[in-house]
Design a protein around this ligand. Structure first.
Ligand code: ZN
Ligand code: ZN
Length: 225
């Protein structure tokens, strides 16, 4: 069945009868921060897309759908950190109004699906066509995605252990992690973000004969933007 569509994003655009062309161009415009849209990261695009689905269910079932309500209730449905009883409360309220919550939340897409939809289905790029930094923007998004993925997986495993009473105190703990780059030739170690910002791993062993020139400074500023 799914082969008819480019990916789950395309399948949901079709299922909920969004205008494919309009949805694709809106997603890309938001991602790039063009046409009067605020620039959104892939994570925010995931939430924005899923809120379109949520809004549709509310409208079809006559539930009021002001933006603040959509934002708040989407968070209850989609955020892992929301206590189960709070989510269950909202779910039964929605089900009482005729909303098939399970089908709806199964149809929510993930940020990796959105990312793949851009890169593989519609061949969209983050930068404008004359922007030399397109590749570096892709890579930066890739790093962010990998970290989010990692965080999700670790969080799920830890929560499972915690639920099985094999990890005491998890509810009162904050997951902290970072990725670092270590120089092969000395003990220098820098966080990935710092390396990307400064444009090198180790000041001594960076294999650069000269200080960063104007063009690499430009790359750096695009990472900071
Ligand atoms: Zn797709
Ligand atoms: Zn070094």
């Amino acid at each position: 069945m799914r082969q008819r569509f480019c990916c789950k994003t395309g399948e949901m655009i079709n299922k909920y009868e969004f205008d494919k062309e309009e949805m694709d161009s809106t997603l890309v415009a938001k991602w790039r921060g063009e046409n009067g849209h605020d620039e959104l990261g892939i994570n925010d695009l995931e939430h924005w897309f899923n809120k379109q689905i949520l809004t549709l269910y509310y409208q079809r079932n006559g539930r009021p759908d002001p933006e603040y309500k959509i934002d708040a209730e989407y968070e209850v449905l989609a955020d892992d950190d929301i206590p189960d009883h709070k989510r269950a409360e909202l779910v039964s309220e929605l089900e009482a109004e005729g909303i098939d919550v399970e089908t709806m939340t199964d149809d929510f897409v993930s940020y990796s699906t959105i990312y793949r939809h851009f890169s593989e289905c519609i061949d969209a790029e983050k930068g404008s066509d004359d922007d030399d930094n397109t590749d570096t923007d892709w890579e930066r998004d890739g790093i962010d995605l990998a970290k989010e993925n990692f965080r999700d997986r670790v969080t799920k495993s830890l929560r499972t252990l915690s639920n099985k009473d094999r990890l005491a105190g998890y509810e009162n703990a904050e997951l902290e992690f970072s990725a670092s780059l270590r120089c092969d030739h000395c003990p220098t170690r820098v966080p990935v973000e710092t390396a990307v910002e400064q444009g090198y791993v180790c000041a001594t062993h960076n294999d650069l004969d000269i200080a960063p020139d104007a063009s690499s400074v430009e790359v750096v500023s695009s990472f900071l933007a």
